[in-house]
Design a protein around this ligand. Structure first.
Ligand code: IPE
Ligand code: IPE
Ligand code: MG
Length: 253
């Protein structure tokens, strides 16, 4: 119960580095993408409102960013809000916006100190101005950092991203002959970044839900029943271990 109380009252937990030694640094993915799912069910199981689950989930965002930066992962993409999530009740959206704002305000200093670069995927111009401004500030502050890049996917949908890329290509008058994979990649929100090597989805759902459709052509998928607020350092280490043992053939033999 202590741990849950810590999460609910926003008390920062110390990073558990015990599991770090079990990670093979030679077999790390360059880019990890995460569908952080199961906050609502985590709360429901405890008889708490969904907002408590989202708050608990924020704590795991801290955990996973810290651990990624500690072990030397280069890119981490976190799916925080999909283009389809606007269907949710207004007060849940408001809670998510509030938590995002709170998170950025509390964490920017530490993220910057850790040499983390904050980036976003998705159309953030549709967010409340206060949130969009805070995101812009975080990006501006950390833009020259050379450590872990964190892509926060907010109001992100892969189909919308691909549609925007097609529109841009046409608007630029690009001739069909000059369209290749590298060019198409350069028009996506992840331009210049390696494709995800590992995609983690928590909460037992085995679907992509409009996440990084183009970029995940050869990603290794890791699905776990663990709910996002329970996805701690040991869970992440387990996922990295499974990834390290995968045989990636990319169509070869
Ligand atoms: C993931 O948890 C967070 C967001 C989609 C913003 P959910 O809110 O989807 O939790 P469940 O799937 O209802 O348990
Ligand atoms: C995917 O989770 C989006 C995020 C984690 C932000 P959802 O909970 O929205 O996905 P579905 O509805 O179960 O596919
Ligand atoms: Mg969900």
């Amino acid at each position: 119960m202590g741990a849950i109380a810590d999460i609910l009252f926003g008390r920062k937990k110390k990073q558990n580095t015990d599991v770090y030694s079990s990670i093979d640094k030679q077999q790390l993915p360059s880019h990890v993408a995460v569908i952080m799912d199961g906050n609502g069910r985590w709360a429901k199981r405890r008889g708490l409102p969904r907002s408590a689950g989202h708050r608990a989930g924020t704590e795991r965002v801290r955990t996973i960013i810290r651990m990624s930066s500690d072990v030397g992962i280069r890119y981490l993409t976190l799916f925080a809000l999909s283009t389809e999530n606007w269907k949710r009740p207004k007060d849940e959206i408001n809670t998510l916006m509030k938590l995002l704002l709170e998170y950025l305000r509390q964490e920017l200093h530490e993220l910057h100190e850790r040499n983390v670069r904050i980036n976003t995927l998705g159309d953030i111009s549709k967010l409340p101005k206060e949130v969009a401004d805070e995101i812009a500030r975080a990006k501006q502050t950390t833009k020259d950092n050379t450590g872990l890049t964190v892509n926060m996917a907010i109001n992100y949908g892969a189909r919308q991203e691909i549609m925007a890329a097609v529109k841009k290509a046409i608007a630029d008058g690009t001739s069909p002959d000059s369209i290749d994979e590298a060019y198409l990649s350069s028009l996506l929100d992840t331009a210049g970044q390696p494709d995800p090597d590992l995609m983690i989805r928590t909460s037992g759902e085995a679907r992509i839900s409009n996440f990084l459709l183009y970029q995940m052509a050869y990603a290794e998928f890791y699905f776990t029943d663990t709910l996002w607020p329970d996805f701690d350092e040991a869970e992440y280490a387990k996922a990295l271990k499974v990834f390290a043992a995968r045989d990636r053939r990319f169509g070869g033999i």
